[in-house]
Design a binder for this molecule. Structure first.
Ligand SMILES: [Zn+2]
Ligand SMILES: [Zn+2]
Length: 140
């Protein structure tokens, strides 16, 4: 599988042993992503190849997080001395084959954001104000 950051400076390819992914709800991940949780995919470091080195943030004395300093995309999490690394599911080019199998950091899990299936839905590509902005920007 392949993935990368929003601007494309950092790219990676990885061989997956499993389609299992998980959600981390810990406060460190909430802060690191500015979000309610991070969807992660755990892979063997030796199976991951960076094409364009990521930047690294030492988020604590025991862990560090790869990201892109140009566009800010969070790319993962690792213990520097560990054999595995977590990649952010959203940074994959196609995450459709992955499935969430567990929750971690559940002491900070915000239940209100878990089951959102009943909420109203709106496609971005069918949202008139957004279409108008793109049209104005691109002339069509
Ligand atoms: Zn980037
Ligand atoms: Zn976490």
């Amino acid at each position: 599988m392949t993935g990368g950051c929003q601007c494309g400076r950092v790219r990676y390819s990885v061989a997956l042993a499993s389609s299992d992914a998980y959600l981390c709800h810990c406060r460190m991940c909430q802060r690191a992503s500015g979000n309610v949780a991070i969807a992660f995919l755990q892979v063997i470091k030796a199976d991951l190849h960076w094409e364009g080195e990521p930047d690294w943030y030492a988020s604590s004395p025991i862990a560090r997080r790869p990201f892109c300093s140009t566009c800010g995309t969070p790319l993962g999490f690792e213990y520097p001395d560990g054999a595995k690394i977590d990649l952010t599911v959203g940074s994959l080019d196609d995450a459709s084959g992955l499935k969430p199998t567990a929750h971690f950091g559940t002491e900070h899990l915000n239940e209100a954001w878990l089951d959102t299936r009943a909420l109203p839905r709106q496609r971005a590509d069918e949202y008139p104000p957004l279409q108008a902005r793109w049209g104005k920007s691109h002339g069509s």
